[in-house]
Design a binder for this molecule. Structure first.
Ligand code: SAH
Length: 214
């Protein structure tokens, strides 16, 4: 897998574009600037890897566009000590961004062919702090809970209560909330007294979060 000067140049431009779109978190921008996004998409789309667009990644799913990845990552307020759970591994790109910003990342995907494909790529990248699981994200990963941060990268029709349970007090979960054509980005904080506080942000379009596995 190659990462040429041309790829690096395109990535620098993408980072500038993300800044113009309002992304401020320097760590997030730097991380996106460091990851060869073209490794995560089919070679027929490689030309467009550094444009701010989503792509099909097989099994009818998409890799989120870079602005969406940056936006969700920024809302998570990641710390180097964070243990993170991602729902919707997909291409593994968002998981890789998280793995470079946190201490440990667990990611769940419900499509077996995608899990197999992405695990191969991630093995190649050799990120020792990233682990993928085949399963239903609505269930979370109780055996590895609690998490400091949880990110859902598919449109959640409801707030998954099991995931709130698996969040540490003081933890955050970021999810695109809603069932229609567009979803509103939501951040939920689980407070020390275990009550929850919701904040709403911009609108996005995600593939749906579906129950069960495939
Ligand atoms: N984070 C991904 C985005 C993938 S799109 C990336 O960076 O490429 C969303 C993914 O969520 C899809 O692959 C879809 O199969 C998965 N998904 C949807 N519902 C799910 C569920 N209940 N559990 C786990 N994964 C789910």
């Amino acid at each position: 897998m190659q990462d040429t000067f041309r790829h690096k140049g395109l990535r620098r431009k993408l980072v500038e574009e993300l800044k113009e779109l309002g992304i401020k978190d320097e760590q997030v921008l730097q991380t996106i600037g460091s990851i060869p996004r073209h490794w995560f998409i089919e070679s027929s789309f490689e030309q467009k890897a550094y444009e701010n667009t989503p792509f099909p990644i097989g099994s009818g799913q998409t890799i989120s566009n870079p602005y969406t990845v940056a936006y969700q990552s920024e809302l998570l307020q990641l710390k180097p000590t964070d243990i993170v759970l991602e729902i919707g591994t997909g291409s593994g790109y968002q998981a890789t961004v998280l793995a470079l910003l946190a201490t440990k990342v667990y990611s769940i995907e419900r499509h077996k062919p995608l899990v197999n494909h992405t695990e191969k790529l991630l093995q190649h990248l050799n990120l020792k702090n990233l682990q993928c699981f085949y399963g239903d994200g609505f269930e979370g990963l109780p055996q590895f809970a609690p998490f400091d941060k949880i990110i859902i990268t598919a449109a959640a029709p409801e707030i998954p209560l099991k995931l709130i349970e698996q969040l540490k007090p003081g933890g955050l979960i970021v999810l695109p909330y809603g069932e229609g054509e567009v979803q509103q980005m939501m951040r939920i904080k689980k407070k020390e007294d275990l009550s929850i506080e919701k904040e709403l942000f911009e609108y996005f379009t995600f593939v749906p979060m579906l129950k069960g596995t495939k």
